[in-house]
Design a protein around this ligand. Structure first.
Ligand code: ADP
Ligand code: MG
Length: 349
């Protein structure tokens, strides 16, 4: 493992001489592992039509930022929207990859929950592949916690965590694994949690080039790990990190739970776990089942228990999101704000 200083200081690179350097020929759908069949693609194409937004219909405004799979623009389409324009390079001529994009869209259109970003449609005509969602006017938890250094009172943290758990519980009930749950993908919009980017992790495959590119380019022997990504990865994911396989990592509902644990830690402590430790150390510790210590965290026992259960080394020992929501609800709020010097605060609550 080494750090790529020449290219992008935000990236850590993991050498994997022994890893297979091929990408699978088949792209799995999220709710099924069936092979592509001609019929399936055809019926999908028909359903997809109603979600197709011609790119020309969008009024694309300023770029807001660039993420792993493309650039997000603010735009207008019957009101404010966010347009995620995929960075597909020259790989969109590959029909299987376009079909993979449509499968991801098929996932997004199934989602309706107040704590999930509203999917509005997609531009599905190569080379312009884009996802159109409602525009979140608030800030991400990442901005609030790590940039603006906001701190949350414990009761507020519980409300936020509870809304995240509800949105995630809904996703899991619909057989959707988020795969990229982190504070950068959670907005606070008018006091309400809005989770974004669920299920899109598969698209790294779409945006990372073809098999031949992987083999020919020496850089592709390395897996680049975006800054701040590692601490959301469950031990079973960490242990399977290999070059060129980011999009084939073994994400499960349980790995989403682990990522939630990290978000919960950030809400409580205003920092990432394993802060300022080198990536190699984090990989070694998490892979061995060593957790960030909570000894200096001043929070009620129940709060720490939830966190530790999400970070369980064995994925089956982690609770599900419905259990998390219940556990959060059970934390006695009055006790949390009780202060001997302000007895009246307790009665008002
Ligand atoms: P990342 O998640 O790593 O920040 P993204 O590509 O998802 O990368 O997002 C790029 C930028 O666009 C970020 O600043 C993000 O907050 C912003 N963004 C993404 N989706 C929306 C949205 N629906 N509404 C407003 N801003 C968004
Ligand atoms: Mg994002």
């Amino acid at each position: 493992v080494s750090t790529d200083a020449s290219n992008d200081s935000d990236k850590t690179l993991i050498d994997s001489n022994t890893s297979e350097r091929t990408l699978p020929d088949r792209v799995d759908s999220v709710d099924s592992t069936d092979d592509y069949s001609w019929n399936r693609q055809n019926s999908l194409a028909a359903t997809m039509k109603e979600w197709d937004i011609p790119y020309e219909d969008l009024n694309v405004g300023d770029a807001i930022g660039k993420g792993r799979i493309g650039t997000v623009y603010r735009g207008q389409w019957h009101g404010d929207v966010a347009i995620k324009l995929l960075d597909t390079g020259n790989s969109t001529d590959n029909e299987a990859q376009l079909a993979a994009f449509k499968l991801e869209i098929a996932i997004l259109r199934k989602t309706r929950h107040e704590n999930l970003v509203l999917f509005m449609g997609a531009c599905m005509k190569p080379p312009r592949l884009a996802i159109v969602t409602s525009f979140c006017k608030g800030q991400t938890l990442y901005t609030m916690i790590h940039l603006n250094k906001n701190t949350f009172k414990i009761n507020k943290a519980i409300i936020i965590a509870s809304q995240i758990a509800q949105g995630m519980s809904y996703l899991h009930a619909r057989a959707i694994i988020h795969k990229d749950l982190r504070t950068k993908n959670i907005f606070m919009d008018s006091g309400k949690v809005v989770i974004t980017d669920f299920g899109l992790f598969h698209m790294t495959k779409l945006c990372r080039g073809t098999k031949s590119q992987c083999v020919s380019n020496e850089k592709d022997n390395w897996l680049s790990v975006p800054k701040g990504w590692l601490c959301y990865l469950a031990p079973e994911i960490i242990r399977s990190l290999q070059a060129m396989q980011q999009s084939d990592l073994p994400f499960t509902k349980m790995s989403d739970l682990y990522a939630f644990g990290t978000v919960w830690y950030e809400l409580l402590c205003n920092e990432w776990p394993f802060r300022s430790q080198p990536c190699e150390t984090v990989i070694w510790q998490v892979g061995k089942g060593i957790k960030q210590s909570l000894s200096t965290v001043s929070a009620p026992r129940e709060v720490k228990e939830i966190l530790m259960s999400c970070w369980s080394f064995r994925s089956n020992d982690r609770p599900d999101f419905a259990q998390i929501a219940k556990a959060l609800d059970r934390i006695p709020r009055t006790r949390l704000i009780r202060s001997p010097s302000h007895p009246c605060q307790l009665s008002r609550s």
